[in-house]
Design a protein around this ligand. Structure first.
Ligand code: ASP
Length: 579
């Protein structure tokens, strides 16, 4: 048990129990609530990080919400009728003999009870008040426990924590950089690291063998419930390992974090290939907490006369008992599917008299029977089908599946999945160059190396893997390229000329020349992991001082303009807003 006594207090408010009856204590905290009790007495709930305790004080004291007090008094048992079973300290109260007001307070900008929904900007503007709420205190503790467990697990596995710089040259994680102007070299800029990627690879070349860092990363991307400009990750890299070794290290750390918070170890983490994840869940972040898995009906329509199904792929989901979903809702879903990139959505209800659907008349009896058998459909079910290229059909059905079945992130337990064998490239940019699915340092499958620069580059597999938790991408990693010629080949396939490659990554290419060990690594998003473990849907709830959705900090006012003198010193001028 930690001893929380200090020169100013003997105990914490939330720690007092029936065993403490008869003791004289001194407590410090905030006035949570005050209720008058008869003419001369008042009940004051005193709050600190550990919880609240009822204090009986002389009613003449002027004690208002959020005043900061030091209270000395005797712990006594509450009379039966006033005991409060919902409160950990509910069997006792403190009869104050001395009350010192350490600080007065204006009325708080919003009520601190957990039931009131408070506007986010208001909460963040007064985050120091918001953080006093038990939920926020608990979340910060969960976060600290996650980090501590992870450090412990990494140290146990022989990893060495190495800090990498914040002022760097641009890092190619594919997002926009935050840049910092250089005063010494006006017109030149540092980037803030999108990740320590290149530096951690360089530590491998430096013989560190097993590196980790609880690293801050910055990416200038639109914010969402699971994304902030700055975020923390457990960053890992190791030499002389395979991807599987790295997954074992990471699983150990993540398992320790989950156990430290929930008491349960998540057990072995299942793996599936990217291809399987797309085929069965229509997503590279499969949420395996619920069914509605995708069914492939392509073969049934191999010789179909129905034009809309004469496509490379027909996929669908069966919604059990979904036949009563209204026509309006089906029209809405069709609209969604079109927005997601499909040409349309075919729906079918299975009734006592067979398939009921606007397209049933175009399908042969065999096709209809084939569908019912393939989807194992029962009367009352709804089938939803998308016909397209394989990737579009999977993607759209995957989104439909989430729309119709996804529980909130915090429900249905915690299901971790490794997704392996990602494709090396995820598409092409405007100039026709392939876009790395992970980053340009990812090792292609040895067997697919010959396909680099060829016609079928999207089919090249990589040695990249992701960790997914309840449908959230928790992190990514890969086996890295450690040979200069392969790295040059990949950079060339990305459309990066040798000159540009030298300018941007010359230091890495040089490092390959001096003896680079085979290495692989990973990074786990700690904000997301903490949010799920804390039962929060939004990572802002587990970050002490987050930004709003629009990227602002209502507390400090950041971002703010800087004055002309400062601009001049940096060799900068500000253009008027466009338009
Ligand atoms: N640098 C990668 C990222 O931040 C992770 C990795 O490949 O280790 O996503």
């Amino acid at each position: 048990m930690t001893d929380y006594s200090t020169s100013m207090r003997t105990d914490r408010c939330g720690d007092l129990r029936i065993d403490d009856v008869g003791r004289q204590v001194t407590l410090c905290g905030w006035v949570d609530r005050r209720r008058e009790h008869g003419e001369h007495l008042a009940f004051v709930d005193l709050r600190d990080r550990s919880g609240v305790i009822q204090v009986v004080v002389d009613g003449a004291h002027d004690l208002r919400s959020e005043y900061v007090l030091q209270v000395t008094g005797d712990v006594r048992e509450r009379p039966d009728e006033s005991a409060n079973d919902n409160l950990a300290t509910g069997a006792v109260e403190v009869e104050a003999t001395e009350v010192v007001v350490l600080a007065t307070a204006e009325p708080p900008p919003f009520p601190l009870d957990e039931r009131t929904e408070v506007d986010e900007v208001l909460r963040l503007r007064h985050r120091y008040v918001d953080l006093r709420r038990p939920r926020m205190q608990r979340n910060l503790e969960v976060r600290a426990r996650v980090t501590a467990a992870i450090r412990g697990a990494m140290e146990e596995q022989g990893f060495v924590e190495v800090e990498t710089p914040m002022l760097v040259a641009s890092t190619p994680e594919g997002a926009r950089d935050f840049v910092v102007p250089s005063r010494k070299e006006p017109g030149s800029f540092y980037a803030l690291p999108q990740s320590p990627q290149i530096f951690k690879q360089l530590t491998m070349m430096g013989g560190v063998d097993r590196y980790y860092q609880i690293a801050r990363c910055l990416r200038d991307e639109d914010l969402r419930a699971d994304r902030q400009f700055e975020f923390m990750q457990l960053d890992v890299e190791a030499s002389f390992v395979t991807g599987e070794d790295v997954r074992t290290f990471v699983a150990h750390a993540v398992g320790a974090a989950a156990e430290a918070v929930t008491g349960d170890h998540p057990g072995e983490i299942r793996s599936m290939s990217w291809r399987e994840a797309m085929d069965r869940f229509g997503s590279d972040k499969p949420d395996v907490r619920f069914g509605l898995e995708l069914v492939d009906a392509t073969e049934i329509f191999a010789d179909t006369g129905f034009r809309a199904f004469q496509t490379p792929c027909v996929k669908g989901i069966r919604v059990p008992d979904g036949a009563d979903i209204s026509r309006n809702r089906l029209d809405e879903l069709t609209g969604e599917c079109k927005r997601w990139g499909a040409k349309g959505l075919v729906w079918m209800r299975l009734t006592e008299d067979g398939l009921n659907s606007p397209v049933a008349k175009f399908l042969s009896d065999d096709e209809q029977a084939g569908l019912v058998a393939k989807f194992e459909a029962r009367v009352g079910d709804l089938l939803l089908l998308v016909a397209d290229e394989w990737s579009t059909a999977c993607h759209v059905c995957g989104l439909l599946r989430l729309e119709l079945g996804r529980p909130p992130i915090t429900e249905g337990g915690r299901h971790f999945v490794w997704v392996t064998d990602f494709p090396l490239f995820e598409g092409f940019d405007e100039a026709g160059n392939p876009i790395p699915a992970h980053h340009p340092f990812t090792m292609p499958h040895e067997e697919d190396l010959g396909m680099l620069g060829g016609d079928d580059q999207l089919a090249i597999r990589s040695l990249a893997y992701d960790l997914v938790l309840n449908g959230w991408e928790l992190g990514s990693g890969s086996v890295r390229i450690h040979r200069r010629e392969v790295q040059e080949q990949v950079l060339a396939a990305l459309g990066i000329s040798p000159d540009e490659a030298r300018a941007r990554f010359g230091f890495l290419l040089d490092a390959f020349r001096y003896g680079s060990p085979p290495h692989a690594g990973f990074a786990v998003g700690l904000d997301r992991l903490t949010a799920v473990l804390a039962g929060e849907e939004n990572i802002r709830e587990v970050i002490a001082f987050p930004k709003t959705q629009s990227g602002a900090d209502p507390l400090t006012g950041a971002p703010t303009p800087i004055d002309d003198r400062h601009l001049a010193e940096l060799g900068l001028g500000v253009l008027p807003p466009p338009g």
